[in-house]
Write a protein that binds this ligand. Structure first.
Ligand code: TRP
Length: 451
């Protein structure tokens, strides 16, 4: 059902989809969010549930989203709407895409603030600020930074400008070239940090135990929700992002192979991040449950002691920033594409409107760490940032994913899905019940037990 003007808008080479999808998936979710949420939820048992969620919910849903996108060859809102029309289902399915647009705006408004921290740390590391700094002062440096709304706003603004420029220039030009170098560079630097953690901290064994020896007494209902939310968040699922990318995927790419690679790489990076961070955390007597500052404080402590730490550290945070940038693009793209398609706006105009809105909401997240951190500004004990993070990752993404699963599993029809997915009959017979029954049921059960 592709229309002629959209038909040739596929990625230039076969590898580009993988690169772009991995670029979206790999980001702050793996490097910043995974370690600190793991720390807050007690380690091993949480990671086990998270891995199960990636395998049994994430992977089937990733394949579903990409297939729907490629089948329709449209951006998510029109994709859901026109798919629904095409197969004679209710037009209200378009609502799933609209919810995705909103979710993306909400996520990016806090994501950009955290990416701003990474930018600030890139600058400070290269400037040598942390060289030889004692561990407790590194903790204080972080507290001072987040206590200062002006600094946070400046970096948040810089990050949103960078994202906006890339999105505004269009998806191909901005993405294809840079990621080819940056993604492997990030991977190599992560391996280097892992090596440091193994050889220099003396706490690697303890970290492995913390991450992989499940202690189920640590596992509350809330930890299970958090594990599911993290699986959706880290794979960019549940807001039709992967559908957008699927729309640009050439027919000759294998959906199962690419999805397996994306999920595998994403999980690998998260695990390596954890295995690098927790040994440092234990070696310097920090708290695993320290919260959103965990990545910044622990890694900087290691860099401060390392030879060439200023350069290695600066490079590390630079790559974190770029990983965040390639994810931010995919959070912004659905909203921009929607304004363009729905209201006939120019790409530049749509980008300015979306970017300005996200920037403004982001100010609330900036203030959550300082002026609005007091109890009188909290709702259910949560700051504005906490609420955005919780609502999107733990509720909206799983709900969006559930609706996509129902649509792909029940509405699209067996034959269309089988043809688009290109799975063998055996694997398809595994995918189908996971998507039709397990995914919706699991999301519902997990969400309802929380109420
Ligand atoms: N997956 C990215 C990360 O781990 C964040 C992200 C990008 C995302 N696009 C998304 C999360 C869409 C949810 C939905 O950093």
């Amino acid at each position: 059902m592709s229309t002629s003007n959209q038909e040739n808008q596929t990625w230039k080479s076969k590898g580009t989809f993988l690169l772009a999808a991995a670029g979206s998936a790999i980001g702050l979710g793996n490097l910043w969010r995974f370690p600190y949420i793991t720390g807050e939820n007690g380690g091993g048992a949480f990671i086990l549930v998270y891995l199960l969620c990636v395998l049994m919910l994430g992977l089937p849903l990733l394949m579903a989203e990409v297939s729907l996108g490629r089948y329709s060859r449209r951006s998510p809102i029109t994709a859901m709407g026109s798919l629904a029309r095409h197969i004679g289902a209710s037009r209200s399915w378009a609502g799933v895409g609209i919810m995705g647009v909103l979710t993306g705006v909400m996520i990016l408004s806090f994501y950009s603030v955290i990416a701003g921290w990474a930018m600030s740390y890139t600058y400070e590391s290269f400037a040598g600020t942390f060289t030889g700094m004692p561990a407790d002062e590194i903790g204080k440096f972080f507290s001072n930074m987040i206590a200062d709304p002006v600094t946070l706003t400046i970096w948040h603004t810089v990050f949103m400008l960078a994202s906006g420029i890339i999105v505004g220039r269009g998806i191909h030009k901005g993405l294809e070239s840079g990621l080819k170098i940056m993604m492997p560079a990030l991977f190599i630097l992560m391996l280097l940090m892992l090596l440091y953690a193994i050889t220099q901290t003396g706490q690697f064994g303890r970290a492995v135990e913390f991450m992989f020896k499940p202690d189920f007494s640590e596992l509350s209902v809330n930890s299970i929700i958090a594990a599911m939310g993290q699986a959706f968040f880290t794979l960019s699922l549940g807001m039709c992002t992967m559908m957008t990318y699927g729309a640009y995927m050439p027919k000759e790419n294998s959906i199962p192979v690419t999805c397996l690679s994306v999920a595998g790489l994403d999980t690998l990076i998260a695990i390596i991040a954890g295995l690098s961070i927790f040994p440092i955390v234990f070696a310097f007597g920090m708290e695993a449950s320290a919260g959103p500052g965990l990545l910044f404080i622990s890694m900087t402590t290691a860099f401060s002691q390392m030879s060439f730490g200023a350069i290695v550290g600066g490079l590390f945070f630079l790559l974190v920033t770029i990983a965040a940038l390639s994810s931010a693009i995919s959070l912004m793209e659905p909203a921009v594409a929607w304004l363009q398609e729905r209201f006939g706006m120019s790409r530049a105009g749509a980008t300015v409107i979306v970017g300005a809105l996200i920037w403004f909401v982001g100010l609330g997240c900036v203030l959550s760490f300082n002026l609005w951190s007091g109890e009188e500004y909290k709702l259910f004990g949560k700051t504005f940032f906490d609420i955005l993070d919780y609502l999107t990752a733990n509720l909206m993404l799983p709900l969006g994913g559930m609706l996509v699963a129902i649509f792909a599993g029940w509405k699209m029809g067996r034959n269309k899905m089988m043809k688009e997915l290109g799975l063998s009959t055996t694997l398809f017979n595994l995918w189908m019940p996971l998507t039709r029954i397990f995914a919706p049921a699991a999301v519902l059960v997990i969400l309802f037990t929380s109420l």
